[in-house]
Design a protein. Structure first.
Length: 51
């Protein structure tokens, strides 16, 4: 059986959801969409961070 590549799943905490609700709707939607498209299910989330 070939080894499975692990992927990460994004789970927002209650605090993170609350902070998104406080943001401007447009900005919150952009941020949530970016997280969903780029981080959820990726093999290495650190690839998108700064060094």
């Amino acid at each position: 059986m070939p080894p499975q590549s692990s992927t990460y799943r994004v789970e927002l905490t209650a605090r993170a959801r609350k902070q998104l609700k406080k943001m401007d709707r447009f900005d919150a939607k952009i941020l949530a969409t970016w997280i969903k498209n780029n981080l959820d299910g990726c093999a290495d989330p650190r690839a998108f961070g700064r060094e």
